[in-house]
Write a protein that binds this ligand. Structure first.
Ligand code: UN1
Length: 487
């Protein structure tokens, strides 16, 4: 029997108005049907928006430290259910169990961090120009938040968006990626179990064109947070009109390996950053820019390890690299490998769909002798494909690193403080890691990119800024009219 999943609107688990559903299968085993999900549409989304709008007054007036209590309960439930949730995640999205557990852990950390922000949620005070006048700011909730989350972090990213929106006093409508509805549904179930008041959290599964776009266009939704492809982000910006639109988009993240680097450490960093989650992270280390003096040696060391990566079902503890999320992703990666070969990049290993596996697998792939303007060195592949590019020196490496339209994450391996500081200042990315890979952001620090990688920062104190309206307050207790900018 196929499990049936529902929408969650105004505190009720209901089916979509038009009765349409869709199925999702396990990417490691397309015969394993994971469930039947509601194909929500514009009407369902509007119903959810109305419910969220209605719930806003009470929720926004609930003291933030009280709102935090629901998040702490959810953190406890997530902790109790970490293994169960990780298994669902691996089955619906493909990543290894180890990786899925980390995703659940990120959600747990986010819940505790956001809950603590509930006790700090405040503005600032500054002196006024005038006698007997007090000036300050307050952070107030915005309203209904439309949250559109991707499939690569099926729990952590919906959690990040929901928890910050909620702690700040907004009500929410979540539209998760159609490939990963189970984890999002489980998260909403836990919020419901924690007793979150009805209408505060609503879940509508269904296509981006109807559900997502309704959230984007509807004037009753004053803030939208989206993580996903840059082209979708650009469409959202065009369609949204005047509202807050937070975009976390793609990346083409470089690792620079200098001639003074600890090469073993750099190899391990590239291996983790490039192939964990099968390269399906917006922060994935997809370009490795290697100083020509160490290129040969580094290439050999990396190749040896890439060859040893075990491709397989994420539920198997021996697996290093799981499948891609769906068939379209597999085709896209295969297409890029062909483009790379045609452009003259040298394929060192991988490059094919394995013939003996029935899921959407792709071999861990390594290219070398790439040049900066090749498409495989410019465009986001979102698969287990890493491209090595030689560089003459630090300045050449930085030019190569910056010559893409993205600017999310970057990394440099060096023993020189000078190289590291120059790189921090010159790399045009929201995140820079020194002597560690391009992935692995922590919840208490801002996350987000420059250039085409997005227009915002999530996480840490920035998460609160995303979901609050900053109100400026002047309190004049002089009892007189005091005109601005005079005497
Ligand atoms: C993403 O891929 O969309 O640093 C986000 C990391 C994760 C976030 C990735 N914490 O890799």
């Amino acid at each position: 029997m196929v499990s049936k999943f529902k929408l969650f609107i105004d505190g009720e688990w209901i089916t979509a108005e038009n009765g349409e559903t869709y199925q999702r299968v396990n990417p490691a085993d397309p015969e394993d049907v994971l469930g039947e999900f509601q194909k929500g549409n514009k009407q369902d989304t509007e119903k959810a928006i109305e419910a969220a709008q209605f719930a806003f007054e009470d929720w926004s007036e609930t003291p933030a430290p009280k709102r935090a209590k629901y998040l702490i309960k959810v953190a406890q439930f997530l902790t109790e259910q970490q293994d169960v949730l990780a298994r669902y995640m691996t089955r619906e999205m493909g990543k290894t169990l180890r990786d899925s557990c980390a995703d659940v852990q990120e959600a747990i950390d986010l819940a505790y961090y956001a809950a603590a922000e509930g006790k700090r949620l405040g503005g600032y005070t500054v002196p006024s120009e005038k006698h007997k006048k007090f000036a300050m700011t307050l952070r107030l909730p915005i309203g209904v938040a439309g949250l559109i989350s991707p499939w690569n972090f099926p729990l952590a990213i919906p959690a990040r968006k929901l928890f910050y929106a909620l702690i700040c006093g907004n009500t929410t409508v979540l539209k998760p990626a159609s490939d990963t509805p189970i984890c999002a549904t489980k998260l909403v179930e836990l919020l419901d179990k924690a007793g979150i008041p009805k209408g505060v959290v609503n879940l509508v599964t269904g296509p981006g064109e109807s559900v997502g776009m309704t959230l984007v266009k509807d004037k009753r939704v004053p803030v939208v947070s989206f993580t996903g492809h840059k082209d979708t982000g650009a469409t959202i910006l065009q369609e949204a009109g005047v509202k807050r639109v937070h975009l976390e988009l793609g990346g083409k993240n470089p690792v620079i390996v200098m001639d003074d680097a600890d090469l073993k450490l750099a190899v391990d960093g590239v291996l983790w950053g490039g192939y964990e989650t099968s390269g399906q992270r917006c922060t994935a280390a997809s370009r490795v820019i290697v100083h020509e003096k160490v290129k040969k040696n580094f290439e050999k060391m990396l190749l040896e390890k890439v060859r040893r990566l075990k491709l397989g079902n994420g539920l198997d503890s021996k697996t290093d690299v799981g499948p891609l999320v769906n068939e379209a992703a597999q085709k896209k990666v295969a297409k890029y490998v062909e483009i790379g070969k045609t452009e003259g990049a040298k394929l060192l290993t991988g490059g094919s769909v394995p013939s003996n596996m029935k899921g959407w697998f792709f071999e861990p792939t390594l290219f070398t002798d790439c040049t900066r303007f090749m498409r495989i060195a410019q465009e986001e592949i979102f698969g287990p494909v890493v491209s090595l590019l030689p560089a003459l020196d630090l300045s050449d490496a930085l030019n190569i690193a910056n010559c893409v339209e993205y600017g999310l994450s970057s990394s440099i391996y060096t023993r020189s403080i000078k190289n590291a500081i120059v790189a921090v200042n010159k790399l045009q990315t929201g995140l820079t890691y020194i002597n560690s890979s391009t992935i692995g952001s922590e919840v208490q620090l801002p996350f987000g990119g420059a250039k085409q990688s997005g227009n915002t920062r999530e996480d840490g104190p920035e998460g609160v800024r995303q979901f609050t309206e900053l109100k400026t307050i002047y309190i004049d207790y002089s009892g007189k009219l005091q005109k601005a900018f005079t005497d």
